[in-house]
Ligand binder design. Sequence first.
Ligand code: AMP
Length: 402
Amino acid sequence: MKGTILVVNCGSSSLKIALFDEQLNKLASGLAERLGKKDAFATVKGRAEKIRLANAANHKEALDTLVAVLQDAGLLDEAPAAIGHRVVHGGETFREAALINDDVLAAIKDCASLAPLHNPVNLAGIDATTALFPGIPQVAVFDTAFHQTLPQKAYLYAVPLSLYKEWGVRRYGFHGTSHQFMTREAARILGKTPATTSIISAHLGNGCSITAIRDGNSVDTSMGLTPLEGLVMGTRSGDVDPGLFDFLANKGVAAQEVHRILNNDSGLLGLSGQTNDMRSLCELADHGHEPSHIAIDVFCFRLARYIGAMMTSLDQLDALVFTGGIGENSTLVRKKTLAQLRLFGFTIDDELNNQHGCISDGQIEGADSRFRVLVIPTNEELVIASEALEMAGKPRTNAGSL
Ligand code: AMP
């Protein structure tokens, strides 16, 4: 098939690919998991069987396998027209997606100290596609780029300025492609242009972040120097008192161990002692499991508090938008969160909420709500494919809802 766009998203131990045609219709997708482990495997959407990968398979081997499956299926008879890569950290260098060349590769390497678990594997993905498809234009799409419009007062921490100047210690923000997509989708639903649309976008998945977007630009966001700051997440704590490090050091817990606890053992998992999965937590809470009930309560309270905080960056609010696995699917989280915000004038329509906004172009607010509230499925792959198509110099024939 001619003129396809391949999207590659390398995580620390996983790799996702998606293939689009030039009209940005998704043709196929695949996922490799447990990379680097002895039981690494891959799956392709629409096929039940798992594909076993070599012992401790790396990102390149996983990509080779998934691409071979697409080729066998006749979907990649020719090299793709463009390849888009998700790259986690673009530091202050990248305000938008970039066509990959030697300078861009060097700059992504420079940003690796800010995202040591992610940028190196993103580079491994770029190396792998370069080997497979030499000469094909490749585009890096950064999680941080959308937030480069944050004003200084929102991105600076109140620590010695030298930490920012010497080492880049500041708030960067993540999930940029998802928040950007929410802006465009909300604008479409509201009959506005993205440049005149102001929303609060809550991306609630296993990782969670919330962003205030004024006239299409990110002006405040909850994630910071790293994706640990802000909301309660699946296994991440979000905000804690930085004094915790010293407190635990005095108890004999080393800084690296505190870091691990805050990233891997905290959030919904830490509070419930059972699971990081919101759906399972809701079921446990329904059966009277008190710690799961508490975990959901803390999650929704922190979220409501952040929604209130994000209002301070806006002159107007066209809509509060929920997205991500939890935001799109959890009736309970949306209801509890909005109940906490009654003073602001938010109300919810229970029937629309129970339908996840599906019967109303995403709308779930009550008739008397002061603000619109929308549920919008995110589609980060589509944003990456669209950026790749555009940056690679191809005419955009039909960008769908983008
Ligand atoms: P993501 O990282 O965007 O895939 O989101 C994963 C999170 O979404 C997990 O916590 C899931 O439990 C949650 N999720 C998915 N479907 C539902 C659902 N129907 N109700 C509640 N949470 C859900």
